[in-house]
Ligand binder design. Structure first.
Ligand code: SF4
Length: 218
């Protein structure tokens, strides 16, 4: 079913829709969805009958990474074809494996935004997702006006290297958010976040999510 946007979601998203459901193979330690996964990853065929309406901005696959390597291409095709049936909506696709965006690029609806998550420039062992340089590579060919980067949950970073990474992607905008659930992540200081925002605003728009306030009170 089509779910109305709530909680710590992007302000521009009106709804979420999840036809691919279950345990995400990226297994991020800080994932807020973990307690909700009741099964292994699967395509819920019943969802394909959902009326996606029109005039909505729908985050497709908000509950699990539907572009992870473990997802069969046929499932992705079915989800994207469903979106194409509702061309008066806008759609957000976000993944930590954006190299996969390319492989199915002929199946996207016209009004699509593509996003990837970069929590930091530094590698760590907090998930099984592709390394960050791979995420950058996967975003390069997408036109700037169609892409965003999300820094969430933000973790400590190397300013120059991190800014360069995001500049290489050249996104239309960047979202920044923090860990909402107390996972004891290595977080940057407010001063460092301020520096990051200042540098990013030289070439893109920056959108601060509500959960950033805990570590960056404005
Ligand atoms: S990629 Fe997203 S959905 Fe998958 S485990 Fe990480 S945070 Fe959760």
């Amino acid at each position: 079913m089509l779910n109305k946007q709530k909680g710590n979601m992007y302000g521009f998203v009106t709804h979420t829709w999840n036809a691919i459901k279950g345990r995400c193979s990226h297994a991020c330690e800080y994932c807020y969805m973990k307690p909700f996964w009741k099964s292994d990853i699967h395509l819920d065929e019943k969802e394909l009958k959902t009326d996606l309406g029109e005039g909505n901005f729908i985050f497709i696959g908000s509950s699990t990474d539907m572009f992870a390597r473990s997802i069969p291409e046929e499932w992705i095709r079915k989800v994207l074809f469903k979106c194409i049936e509702h061309p008066k909506n806008e759609y957000l696709f976000q993944t930590k494996n954006p190299l996969r965006f390319k492989k199915v690029k002929s199946w996207y609806p016209n009004k699509s935004i593509f996003g990837t998550t970069l929590e930091t420039n530094r590698e760590n062992n907090l998930n099984n997702a592709p390394i960050r340089s791979g995420r950058v590579e996967g975003m390069l060919e997408i036109p700037s006006e169609m892409k965003m980067v999300t820094i969430e949950p933000i973790m400590d970073f190397d300013l120059n290297l991190f800014v360069k990474m995001i500049k290489d992607i050249n996104p239309k905008w960047v979202n920044i958010g923090a860990d909402s659930k107390g996972h004891n992540l290595p977080e940057p200081s407010a001063e460092k976040i301020k520096e990051l925002i200042k540098e990013l605003e030289k070439f893109t728009k920056v959108n601060l999510k509500g959960n950033l306030k805990r570590i960056y009170p404005k």
